[in-house]
Design a protein. Structure first.
Ligand SMILES: Nc1ncnc2c1ncn2[C@@H]1O[C@H](COP(=O)(O)OP(=O)(O)O)[C@@H](O)[C@H]1O
Ligand SMILES: O=C(O)[C@H](O)[C@@H](O)[C@H](O)[C@H](O)COP(=O)(O)O
Length: 169
């Protein structure tokens, strides 16, 4: 099972994703770590990325997940995946259903408060506005509001993922 935890900056992808990966004994990757330096510098300066900036990064992440798929390994990727076409790129080259998207949602106030309290290698909290404007909320993914403890959120995601596995059998 390959799970992409998606959502705007500060929605909780890293926090929830690391715990989820531990629970299902799968590998974890954070898309933040795969941005080229130019993208990191752009975001640090408070400028949002555009489609061209994100394309090579999405292709790299797609290769990473195709490697997991080929090796028969499960994996959890924390990745903003804000637009539908980005999600298509991420999942391309794998059979339909091989990648499960889980959308971490939350109110702007809650996320802004968490971003203000967080320190990050390069992400500028003021980019929340553009992240929310760019987000195309998925209609075909499990969406969960990350407003309870991480353990509760992970338990709900696990229940969803277990339901998918059962329906595939
Ligand atoms: N369920 C939660 N309850 C309380 N704080 C949370 C929760 N999920 C995430 N956080 C906090 O919110 C901040 C943003 O979470 P993070 O995982 O870094 O988000 P993202 O990877 O999506 O940018 C972090 O400081 C994290 O500790
Ligand atoms: O597509 C993007 O605009 C970026 O990927 C962005 O969404 C991401 O949020 C940053 O890499 C910071 O990382 P955090 O999401 O962990 O804040």
């Amino acid at each position: 099972m390959i799970v992409v935890l998606m959502g705007v900056s500060g929605s909780g992808k890293t926090t929830i994703g690391t715990r989820l990966a531990e629970q299902i004994a799968a590998g974890f990757a954070d898309a933040d770590d795969y941005h080229p330096l130019a993208n990191k510098q752009k975001m640090a300066a408070g400028n949002p990325l555009n489609d061209e900036d994100r394309q090579p990064w999405l292709e790299t992440l797609n290769e990473l997940m195709k490697g997991w798929y080929k090796d028969g390994k499960g994996g959890v990727l924390a990745c903003s995946a804000l637009k539908a076409k980005y999600r298509d790129t991420l999942a391309s080259g794998m059979p339909h259903g091989a990648v499960t998207f889980v959308h971490l949602d939350g109110s702007k106030d809650m996320i802004a408060e968490r971003l203000a309290a967080r320190s990050h290698e390069y992400m500028n909290p003021k980019l929340l506005e553009s992240q929310l404007a760019t987000l195309e909320p998925p209609t075909d993914a499990f969406t969960i509001v990350n407003d309870r403890t991480p353990d509760e959120i992970v338990a709900d995601i696990l229940a969803h993922v277990a339901g998918i596995r059962t329906s595939l059998k």
